[in-house]
Design a protein around this ligand. Structure first.
Ligand code: HEM
Length: 78
């Protein structure tokens, strides 16, 4: 069981992430998408400075079968 699963905690153990499901129906496209996301995020993060969650906003959870957040407002600090 994941402690406080609804809380946005980027420091969590990434190996427990359920974005791609689990068990017999775990997403077979996960490795492809992880590689694509890494390329996109590397390029994006390489072009901006540090960021934090924007004050006064709350992350909005995505609806099943999607995982993660449907909106997450960030403030660029750099
Ligand atoms: C960000 C992108 C993606 C996310 C978040 C995602 C997420 C998921 C999740 C949560 C499941 C499990 C659904 C369940 O428990 O019934 C799943 C299943 C599946 N995904 Fe993905 N997926 C993504 C991309 C892809 C890609 C790129 C492919 C193929 C190239 C793919 C192919 C499949 C297939 C075939 C299943 C069914 C597996 C089964 O039922 O045994 N997915 N996906």
């Amino acid at each position: 069981m994941i402690e406080e699963a609804d809380q946005f905690r980027p420091d969590r153990d990434q190996s427990q992430n359920l974005l791609y499901g689990a068990g017999i129906h775990v997403c077979p496209g996960a490795a492809l998408v992880r590689m694509q996301l890494r390329v996109v995020l590397d390029e994006f993060l390489g072009g901006i400075g540090p960021f934090t969650l924007l004050d006064g906003t709350r992350p909005v959870r995505a609806t099943y079968p999607a995982g993660g957040y449907s909106s997450l407002f960030l403030q660029l600090d750099g």
